[in-house]
Design a protein around this ligand. Structure first.
Ligand SMILES: Cc1cc2nc3c(=O)[nH]c(=O)nc-3n(C[C@H](O)[C@H](O)[C@H](O)COP(=O)(O)OP(=O)(O)OC[C@H]3O[C@@H](n4cnc5c(N)ncnc54)[C@H](O)[C@@H]3O)c2cc1C
Length: 483
């Protein structure tokens, strides 16, 4: 199809990248390794009009549409095999209203870019723990990060959004305008349209007490760590990885290969009080490394991050990590043969839990702890070994209803997508989906099918509909002329 691409370049303000383009391989690569899909074209959109053109092109051609902000989807939903990739990474404008403490942010920004720019004003909105994650994907999933207990989920600071829906229109969604859509996008993922801009509330977050604390791990220390994290004031959010210590120079050689808790802590409040709050964690055992110190909040996002890891993961919610659960963690980690294996424990609660479960499509407000079990390895074919290990581990930790968080879902099947939306949430989401995307154009995601549709395969696949490429192109041209 390469010969048909050049005319498309005249339609878009942004770049159109085809398979014969020198940039193609770089442009089709997403965060996780082992995902090797070849889209028919990649559109690096420049503005909302481009987004609408790309949506119309996908709709009218019948080609599958992948929507990508930061490309971190664990299922690789940011790239399609044979379809169109709508890549937002060139849309990075930020428009601050410092008096009102709000900002309009284009969705091609990463969490790190947003946080660094807002940090220059001593302001922040909470995202996750990784700077390279796109604000598009994390916001639509919910957003659980370093400020979750102090300021809630990312969506708890979302005031409005601009979204291109399946019919190509740009809509504003907020509490008063399209409130059903506004409810649905706060946790419902990319099912309802392409968000071009978000308006966020900003909080004063200047200096924090934060960084990494590494302790030796035993069942007792793990359970006590979680106890203390639950009892701590809302200012403290913790993300604790229980794992075998890597052979890094900043850890004593005697600790290499031993089980440790590698915890990232943020106390978002007065630094001296923070030191008193963190003291009980430091007292759990002689720290192997203690890099918790006063810093500007954006420093929580280091510049260098691992790219393209191959991994199997599973995230579940649990009620407690007591001594038996901690023993389960230790036993399983000791049996892993992966290059790296970890159980990441995030203690929730605080502000996140004070929002009512039906206020947003993210409804796991009462969840106390999220555990993300992961194995990382070299080659995709090793998934046959490490995938079952991850599944067994998560099953062993499961307590009552385990739920699911769409941000961390891989290709785990329809039941796991349903598990993300408990109670009436699912029915309400299906109703909103049927209203705004009745043909399931936005299906390459953790899919919520509109009524009358089966759940789309979450794996990328070429549409079986015949492609009406030239018709799509001419329609696209008449709908959206270049400015
Ligand atoms: C290393 C790593 C660390 C993570 N840490 C955290 C964390 O601390 N907290 C947390 O909550 N989550 C975390 N996540 C999960 C992450 O939030 C989700 O995977 C999120 O979807 C990634 O967003 P993205 O824009 O980078 O990914 P993409 O692959 O670009 O997008 C993921 C999906 O979101 C949808 N989407 C993205 N942008 C838009 C848009 N503008 N409009 C419509 N739909 C869109 C699409 O359906 C797309 O397939 C992490 C993931 C990784 C890989």
């Amino acid at each position: 199809m390469p010969h048909k691409i050049p005319p498309l370049r005249t339609i878009f303000d942004g770049q159109v990248i085809a398979p014969n383009d020198a940039r193609y391989d770089e442009a089709r690569t997403v965060f996780y390794g082992g995902i090797d899909r070849r889209p028919a074209l990649i559109v690096r959109v420049k503005n909302a009009a481009d987004v609408s053109r790309a949506v119309s092109l996908a709709r009218d051609s019948g080609l599958e549409l992948a929507v990508r902000s930061g490309g971190h989807s664990p299922a690789g939903h940011g790239v399609s095999d044979g379809g169109i990739v709508l890549d937002l990474s060139e849309m990075k404008a930020l428009e601050f209203d410092l008096e009102r403490r709000t900002v309009w942010a284009e969705t091609g920004l990463t969490a790190g870019e947003y946080t660094t720019t807002a940090g220059a004003y001593g302001l922040a909105t909470g995202f996750g723990d990784t700077g390279s994650v796109g604000i598009g994907g994390i916001t639509l999933a919910g957003g659980i990060g370093y400020l979750v207990r102090k300021h809630g989920l990312t969506i708890d600071d979302l005031l409005a959004a601009e979204i291109v829906t399946a019919d190509g229109r740009l809509l504003r969604a907020d509490a008063a305008t399209h409130p059903d859509l506004f409810w649905a996008i706060r946790g419902g993922g990319g099912n309802f349209g392409v968000a071009t801009r978000f308006q966020f509330r900003l909080h004063e977050v200047g200096m924090v007490l934060g960084g990494t604390l590494i302790l030796p791990a035993s069942p007792e220390i793990i359970a006590s760590f979680v106890d203390r994290a639950e009892a701590a004031p809302d200012e403290l959010s913790t993300i604790a990885n229980v794992m075998l210590a890597p052979p890094v120079p900043w850890l004593p050689a005697t600790a290499h290969g031993k089980l440790v808790i590698m915890a990232r802590l943020v106390y978002a409040g007065d630094v001296e009080t923070g030191a008193r709050v963190i003291a009980p964690f430091r007292a759990l055992a002689e720290p192997l490394a203690d890099m918790v110190k006063p810093k500007r909040y954006p420093e929580m996002y280091p510049l260098e991050e691992e790219r393209h890891p191959v991994a199997s993961t599973r995230a579940i919610f649990v009620d407690a990590i007591d001594r038996p659960a901690a023993e389960t963690i230790v036993e399983h980690l000791e049996t892993s043969t992966a290059k790296m294996a970890a159980a990441e424990i995030r203690v929730l609660g605080g502000t996140m839990a004070r929002v009512s479960a039906d206020a947003t499509a993210f409804a796991h407000r009462g969840a106390r702890i999220m555990v993300n079990v992961a194995a990382m390895y070299e080659r995709p074919d090793e998934a046959a070994t490490h995938g079952p290990w991850v599944d067994d581990f998560a099953a062993a930790l499961r307590q009552s209803e385990s739920g699911a968080y769409v941000g961390f879902l891989r290709d785990e099947g329809a039941a796991r997508v349903r598990a993300a939306y408990p109670g009436m949430t699912w029915e309400k989401l299906v109703a909103v989906k049927s209203r705004y995307d009745p043909t399931n154009l936005f299906r390459l995601n953790q899919n919520i099918p509109p009524s009358g549709h089966e759940m789309a395969h979450t794996r990328s696949s070429v549409s079986s509909r015949p492609m009406r490429w030239s018709r799509a192109r001419s329609r696209c041209r008449t709908t959206w002329r270049k400015s």
